[in-house]
Design a protein around this ligand. Structure first.
Ligand SMILES: CC(C)(COP(=O)(O)OP(=O)(O)OC[C@H]1O[C@@H](n2cnc3c(N)ncnc32)[C@H](O)[C@@H]1OP(=O)(O)O)[C@@H](O)C(=O)NCCC(=O)NCCS
Length: 164
């Protein structure tokens, strides 16, 4: 468990199956800029019960213990970590994502990670706002980065480096 100021990041577990099934099968949760990939309970439970070494997959829980979203990190070979996040529609705009990302950043920097990256669609204003609020800098504009329903969308890569 990673504790933030007003929320906590709880590693994914089998007890999160209902939440993950409910929301990852809802295209409003995925949002309009990411591929919508529905999951089955069987596949999800197999995956949750499997061995997940080196993965940073967390449920975002508020002070009431309510699950409000998820935040993920993936280690790259160069030692950096790429993050991604989703907040359930009814809990958006309350600062949950910003605090979850800030909490994960601090945790990763404390672990010795020196560079964190994220990639977002140039029109995904809430996501870009979260990254900019936390001091991320744009480092690359990728043309045709993601295919969504047969259409190729651009992506913007952001990074945050640990201050020495
Ligand atoms: C991106 C996402 C996780 C943000 O979650 P959130 O908890 O609502 O984010 P926060 O409340 O911490 O911050 C959102 C910021 O964007 C701003 N914002 C939201 N919608 C906006 C809009 N249409 N125009 C301008 N700003 C907007 C909010 O005002 C807030 O900024 P502020 O603190 O300066 O007011 C959420 O929108 C989501 O799950 N989207 C679908 C999945 C997705 O796109 N994930 C990211 C993929 S890169």
């Amino acid at each position: 468990m990673i504790n933030g100021k007003t929320l906590q990041l709880k590693p994914f577990g089998i007890e999160d199956a209902d939440f993950l099934l409910r929301w990852n099968n809802d295209s409003d949760y995925t949002g309009e800029f990411e591929p919508y990939e529905p999951v089955t309970r069987g596949d999800l439970e197999d995956w949750l019960l499997g061995n997940k070494p080196d993965q940073l997959w967390y449920i975002i829980e508020n002070t009431l213990g309510e699950k409000v979203g998820q935040i993920l990190g993936r280690y790259h070979k160069d030692g950096s970590v790429q993050i991604g996040y989703r907040v359930i529609p009814l809990a958006r705009g309350r600062g949950y994502c910003t605090e979850a990302v800030a909490t994960l950043i601090q945790h990763l920097f404390d672990q010795g990670i020196e560079r964190i990256t994220a990639e977002a669609n140039p029109h995904n204003t809430p996501s870009l706002r979260v990254l900019e609020k936390l001091g991320f800098n744009e480092i690359e504009y990728k043309k045709k980065a993601v295919e969504l329903n047969g259409v190729w969308l651009d992506g913007v890569v952001y990074e945050l480096r640990r201050e020495i």
